[in-house]
Design a protein around this ligand. Structure first.
Ligand code: HEC
Ligand SMILES: [Cu+2]
Length: 434
């Protein structure tokens, strides 16, 4: 078989020059290469991410220049000295090695290239290490804690009487236009904190206090991701960063410091409201977690989430609150002001005001929440709500799967079973927690 590939020289030149124009003008982020997604490091939205991208570009330009020179010389030599006639009696061409001028020149050029890369790199390492001295007074501070497989955020500057610092799960709200210093901790294995458009990645290492900083130029909604393999559900260990203007941020903090919102249960005998039902069709495990509407404007979705639903069902909410206790959800989750006191799972005090579920995996809709509560393992394989927490230690919090402490193994039965009707009540309750 003979393959014939005759590329048209004109076509190749045209494509290469198109690519070159796109790259050189920086227009590639939206046109040629698909680099403008929600986790794009090219679409930078803050000074730390910009500093990191600058280092990338310096390295790219220097190595590209080296590539062009070396490839050019190679192409020139190949064409210029190619054998034109096959003559067995042709004498050997003159051989040469050890040209001190060329060798010294190459050493000097390599050192030059390294210095050109090293200077901006070191400067960026310095700059991104911590909030610059002159901005430190204006910096906001948060603690980010990695757990298999979600993120807990503490706000040490927002103390709540009798409860310690404000705590949220999987959504970090920060003031826009201000540097934010993030103290990075982990309770189990190594995780890594990364918000591609704002900055990262810095590891969260057991027994070691790491930190980083970032700043959002403007209010916005950003995606974050654990960037260090940390077990089964590492790929779906995500989070969100929501940057708000000064006033909105202050209002958000005030609302979050409040205990969980309570909805008065209707008096017995009151006609039961018919709540808006939703359709529970089965979805594939890797079905998209977000609606097109949400993707178009996540910030609008986030804002809308801060207010109670119009068609709340008070009776169902009251039933959900009971179930939250009966089903042992309280052992792992806290709902400050209500019954839950658990600290091993995400704090759910204001869960209804979060746009995401299961560590940023799914949009926080009633359907998704329902799926999660009935069978969390269908959504996120191996998660600790399903498997239980600390099964390898002596302090065991049994999850949905029943665990036998004697034999130290799963019994194959379910410890927590939530049926469809109960899930609807729990969904209504959790969504009322604005
Ligand atoms: C064994 C401890 C445990 C029990 C019991 C438990 N959960 Fe969870 N829950 C977790 C953990 C851990 C996560 C985080 C899972 C992840 O994203 O990997 C979680 C996540 C959640 C979330 C999503 C929170 C977020 O910010 O993404 C909701 C909602 C939730 N649980 C509700 C419930 C309800 C309702 C019950 C009772 C029926 C319950 N949980 C019982 C440990 C538990
Ligand atoms: Cu992780």
């Amino acid at each position: 078989m003979r393959l014939r590939f005759v590329p048209s020289a004109r076509r190749i030149t045209a494509s290469l020059s198109l690519l070159a124009i796109a790259v050189l003008t920086g227009g590639w982020s939206n046109s040629v290469l698909p680099v403008s997604g929600p986790q794009s490091t090219f679409d930078t939205q803050g000074p730390v991410a910009r500093a990191q991208l600058d280092v990338f570009y310096v390295t790219v330009w220097v190595t590209l220049a080296i590539f062009v020179i070396v490839a050019g010389v190679l192409a020139y030599a190949t064409f210029k000295f190619r054998v034109k006639d096959i003559d067995p009696n042709r004498p050997m061409p003159p051989q040469g090695h050890g040209n001190p001028l060329v060798e010294l020149g190459l050493i000097a050029a390599s050192i030059g290239a390294l210095v050109i890369i090293a200077v901006p790199t070191l400067r960026a390492i310095w700059y991104t290490y911590d909030v610059p001295e002159e901005h430190r007074a204006n910096a906001y501070e948060v603690n980010a804690i990695g757990l298999q497989w979600w993120f807990k955020f503490e706000y040490p500057l927002e103390q709540i009487e009798g409860a310690g610092p404000l705590v949220t799960g999987n959504e970090l709200v920060i003031p826009a236009g201000r540097p934010v210093r993030i103290n990075l901790r982990t309770t189990d294995v190594i995780h890594s904190f990364w918000v591609p458009k704002l900055g990262g990645k810095v590891d969260m290492i057991p027994n070691r206090g790491n930190h980083m900083w970032l700043q959002a130029d403007n209010p916005g909604y950003f995606w974050g991701q654990c960037a260090e393999f940390c077990g089964e559900s590492h790929a779906v260990m995500r989070f969100r960063v929501i940057a708000l203007g000064a006033e909105d941020f202050a209002a958000w903090v005030e609302a979050q410091k409040q205990p969980a919102r309570s909805v008065e249960a209707p008096a017995p005998g009151t006609p039961v409201a018919t709540f808006a039902s939703y359709d529970m069709t089965r979805k594939k495990r890797n079905a998209p977690g977000y609606s097109a509407e949400f993707d178009r404007d996540p910030m609008a979705a986030w804002t809308a989430f801060q207010f109670p639903d119009k068609d709340e069902d008070a009776a169902l909410i009251a039933r959900g609150r009971e179930l939250f206790r009966e089903k042992a959800c309280v052992t792992c989750h806290a709902v400050r002001g209500h019954e839950g006191m658990g600290v091993t799972g995400p704090d759910l005090t204001h869960f209804g005001s979060r746009t995401t579920l299961a560590a940023g995996l799914l949009e926080n809709t009633k359907e998704h929440l329902h799926r999660w509560i009935v069978h969390p393992n269908d959504v996120k394989p191996g998660n600790k709500m399903w498997m239980g927490i600390g099964t390898h230690t002596n302090v065991t919090m049994t999850g949905y799967l029943a665990w036998d402490g004697e034999t130290k193994s799963y019994t194959g039965k379910r410890h927590i079973e939530v049926n469809d009707e109960e899930a609807r009540a729990l969904v209504e309750y959790l969504h009322s927690l604005k």
